[in-house]
Design a binder for this molecule. Structure first.
Ligand SMILES: Nc1ncnc2c1ncn2[C@@H]1O[C@H](COP(=O)(O)OP(=O)(O)OP(=O)(O)O)[C@@H](O)[C@H]1O
Length: 366
């Protein structure tokens, strides 16, 4: 998404949209996610440390009869930041207002929201790093003193009218905690970094969602989906729905290891969660360039994609999985990449030419 949400999508965004293993929410996700969201900290799977710390923060505030401290949640898309903000409100018995940084372009937009909050209300501000600078500065004072200065008029005649706010809890969410200016970061009483989930945790997410969707899923079926879900509950839930479709059309509706593997093969999501684009990048790197190093632009031309698409859509997961490394000399495949594609690395120095001639056919073969 862009700062200005009306701007046309970039090539990388267009490539990421509608991707089965993409971590951002698509239309279908939004429709079903409400039904699948855990409603309490006890129901929230994984993230043990964050849960334990948050539990203390909330219980202490309740015991004091106070509004909870402001909370900053950072982590990749789809890990449960929105869900956790709703849980914070539910645990505090407070209403919640949801908005996002890109929706607040002017300080006045923020003043309107803040001045209409009820006492104790939770304000969830998604993508807080994308708020405009004037709004951000207004937020500093609102967070610290529960007060804002509303500027009336323009130029030398402008006056600041102070406006008292009821105490509220700001829950900010960001995928890029490093982009937040320190004065904003410092005003959060509690900061939680959400990690990617372990496969066993995703299995629990899948079993829970399957129960809510009335699906019969055995342990192996859930494990098969979990292993392909890239550490992300949103992707796990989405893959579960695609496997359900397959199981209903091609089998008896039950989700087993076999139906899960067959369904996800149809959607070209492999055993490790790589999709067609991820594998095309790896195959080009290995078969055409002998495992690298090769420059990003060359690699992008080889797979017929824009440079940004390779860099922003495919590479982050390949790097995280330890399949590809970004080095000053270019992109390099790791031994795990050769093993994953069932290929043998060249013996002498990994020269690009020989491997290139060998790899031209069958680049998109498997
Ligand atoms: N810990 C969890 N346990 C069970 N389900 C979870 C958990 N975390 C997330 N989910 C499920 O994953 C989906 C996505 O979660 P959520 O919308 O909270 O992610 P997010 O981090 O806010 O994503 P984004 O940054 O894109 O807004 C929801 O359907 C939610 O039910």
């Amino acid at each position: 998404m862009n700062w200005d949400d009306t701007a046309p999508p970039t090539d990388a965004e267009a490539a990421a949209d509608g991707r089965l293993v993409g971590a951002s929410a698509d239309g279908e996700d939004q429709a079903v996610e409400a039904a699948l969201r855990p409603k309490s900290l006890d129901e929230f799977v994984g993230q043990e440390r964050v849960r334990e710390q948050l539990d203390l923060v909330l219980k202490a505030a309740l015991a004091r009869g106070a509004t909870a401290d402001h909370v900053l949640l950072s982590g990749a898309p789809g890990l449960g930041k929105t869900t956790l903000s709703m849980i914070i409100a539910a645990e505090m018995g407070a209403p919640i207002r949801i908005t996002s940084g890109p929706a607040i372009q002017h300080a006045g937009d923020l003043a309107a929201i803040l001045s209409s909050l009820q006492e104790g209300e939770v304000l969830f501000l998604d993508e807080i790093h994308r708020m405009s600078r004037p709004a951000e500065e207004m937020l500093y004072m609102a967070m610290e003193d529960f007060r804002v200065d509303v500027i009336v008029g323009k130029g030398p005649g402008a006056t600041a009218i102070p406006l008292e706010l009821p105490p509220f809890t700001l829950v900010g969410a960001t995928t890029r905690a490093g982009l937040l200016p320190p004065p904003l970061r410092d005003r959060f009483g509690f900061t939680a970094h959400m990690e990617f989930y372990e496969p066993v945790e995703l299995e629990r997410v899948i079993h829970r969602s399957a129960r809510l969707l009335d699906l019969v899923t055995d342990a192996d079926g859930a494990a098969e989906i979990a292993g392909r879900s890239r550490g992300t509950p949103r992707i796990a839930n989405r893959l579960l729905r695609r496997v359900r479709d397959y199981a209903q059309v091609k089998a008896d509706g039950r989700i087993t290891r076999e139906t899960a593997a067959a369904a996800l093969a149809v959607y070209e999501v492999d055993g490790r969660g790589l999709d067609r684009l991820d594998r095309a990048v790896l195959q080009a790197l290995l078969k055409l360039f002998g495992g690298g190093p090769v420059g990003l632009s060359t690699l992008a031309v080889a797979v017929g994609e824009e440079r940004e698409t390779v860099e922003e859509v495919a590479e982050p997961f390949l790097v995280r999985e330890g399949l590809l490394a970004r080095t000053p000399r270019g992109r390099v495949a790791t031994p795990a990449a050769w093993a994953h594609l069932g290929l043998v690395p060249p013996q002498h120095g990994g020269g690009a030419n020989g491997a290139g001639a060998r790899g031209q056919q069958g680049l998109f073969g498997t």
